[in-house]
Design a protein around this ligand. Structure first.
Ligand code: ZN
Length: 485
């Protein structure tokens, strides 16, 4: 038996045996909270959970025992919107709104290759795991020609870190010459997109209950994608039984673009394309009217709320409290690091709560609701509410164990408040994905943490160099004020 929430317990690797967490404050998200209880894990599933010590087991050989004293156990957090490659382009175009920010960054992203993506994705996913995230999606939509297999590069990074991964094969086919926002040099042909997306599903998608890898289909946004691609993408996803994702209603500029070019507001446009339904989740959904929210609730269309990114780009505040009140599915997303530098999943719960309350009053969002959208809401966005998102027997053993008895945090009466309201994340004593230890004592155990971080920095320098060599952009054109780079 190994003891202790973190110290002295070995690295990652599938154990396949029994793990027993005892003496923890358990916030299962579904069901009553348990002030002092146990969680039993057999293989990759939770098999029992309850108050007090665990019932005695006939054999303790091979059982890994984790003392959760002073810790809060929650479901692993679920991130439902990201652009991992953007780890390599953080801190640029700092004061721009979405459209200007995109126009500044498209040429930089056009220079990325598989090495940049692997380094960026590893650092991004490692950083997320250190913030309690056990499942992350990604939305990769820039595929410059001849730059290697970018999707495979990020999938490899996710396998190394050990989190569940839902990469969405993104795409853009409406460049500037067709009335879109991106330069023609970064868009692909519709047929090429559909072929590559189908190949990605066939090569990588695992629909099983325990899956650590599922592909989604994700044309980028109304202002960078043709209606034909949206329609064809939906047909492909539904034929293959995978989910659909896109950006929607992020800014008022987008709404104006949709009205001018498409004659409809964003949600009306999606509706016309057959893009509303329980197999769809969109990023942002900031600018929704009451009727839009009702349509989302009635159709089961989910949304990924990205409060830090929306704040960074001055996009607005999504009506999360109202969406929840009307029964819409809402999850959280950190969004790409180029618009939300070093944003953590634990911090995003607080950011969501504070933005809702600043705008709509102190009762707008509770700490429990913030935890729920970061876990079960995210699981619903990804179509995995039967498997992850709460601590329940039968579900996968994706568990975050937060240390809330540190000298400072120990003054907070409610451990969930210590997690959600504190600006500084409580130490992560353990992070389990399917019963496997990914993080112990705030340190990644599956990969060398410092090397992973350094590879992210190297990816940034490589991307800036490649962009400069291509003459597409210089750091000075998109970077911080002179003298700071
Ligand atoms: Zn995004």
């Amino acid at each position: 038996m190994s003891r202790g929430a973190g110290t002295g317990v070995g690295g990652g690797g599938r154990r396949g045996g029994t793990v027993l967490i005892e003496n923890a404050y358990i916030a299962p998200v579904t069901g009553e909270e348990i002030p002092r209880g146990y969680i039993r894990i057999d293989g990759d599933r939770i098999t029992a959970l309850g108050p007090g010590p665990a019932p005695a087991m006939s054999a303790t050989q091979g059982v890994e025992w984790i003392d959760g004293s002073g810790c809060l156990a929650t479901p692993g957090l679920v991130n439902t919107h990201h652009h991992l490659y953007q780890w390599a382009s953080q801190g640029l175009a700092q004061d721009a709104a979405l459209f200007d920010w995109l126009v500044a960054l498209y040429p930089v992203w056009a220079a990325m290759d598989a090495e940049v993506v692997h380094g960026a994705a590893g650092a991004g996913l490692g950083f997320l795991a250190l913030s309690g995230c056990t499942t992350s999606s990604d939305h990769h939509y820039v595929f410059p020609k001849g730059r290697g297999d970018l999707l495979a590069a990020e999938i490899e990074a996710a396998r190394e870190v050990g989190v569940r991964f839902h990469p969405a094969r993104g795409s853009m086919d409406r460049g500037r010459s067709a009335g879109g926002l991106p330069p023609d040099s970064v868009v692909e042909r519709l047929d090429d997109i559909l072929t590559a997306t189908a190949e990605a599903i066939d090569a990588h998608h695992d629909p099983s209950f325990s899956s650590k890898l599922r592909i989604a289909v994700a044309p980028c946004s109304p202002f960078s994608v043709s209606a034909d691609l949206m329609t064809e993408a939906a047909a492909l996803a539904r034929d293959k039984g995978v989910r659909l994702h896109t950006h929607l209603a992020e800014t008022l500029d987008e709404e104006e673009h949709c009205l001018a070019q498409l004659g409809l507001r964003p949600v009306g446009y999606l509706e016309r394309l057959g893009w509303l339904g329980p197999d769809v989740w969109v990023a942002h959904a900031v600018h929704l009217g009451d009727a839009d929210i009702d349509v989302f609730a009635q159709t089961g269309t989910g949304s990924a709320h990205c409060p830090s990114s929306n704040g960074r780009l001055g996009a607005g505040v999504a009506r999360v409290a109202e969406m929840l009140r009307r029964g819409a599915v809402v999850g959280l997303g950190v969004d790409g690091s180029a618009s939300a530098e070093l944003t953590s999943m634990s911090g995003e719960m607080r950011q969501a709560l504070l933005l809702q309350r600043a705008r709509y009053g102190p009762a707008a969002l509770t700490t429990r609701q913030a935890l729920e959208i970061a876990t079960l809401g995210g699981a619903r966005n990804l179509g995995r509410e039967a498997e992850i998102g709460s601590l329940e027997p039968g579900k996968l053993a994706d568990v975050a164990l937060w240390r809330t008895d540190t000298p400072f945090a120990s003054a907070v009466a409610d451990p969930v408040a210590a997690l959600v309201l504190g600006a500084r994340q409580p130490p992560l004593a353990r992070l389990l994905v399917g019963g496997e230890t990914i993080v112990a004592d705030d340190e990644l155990r599956t990969v060398a943490q410092d090397e992973l971080g350094r590879a992210g920095g190297a990816a940034h320098r490589r991307l800036m160099r490649l962009a400069g060599e291509q003459g597409l952009a210089t750091a000075g054109e998109v970077g911080p004020p002179p003298g700071q780079m």
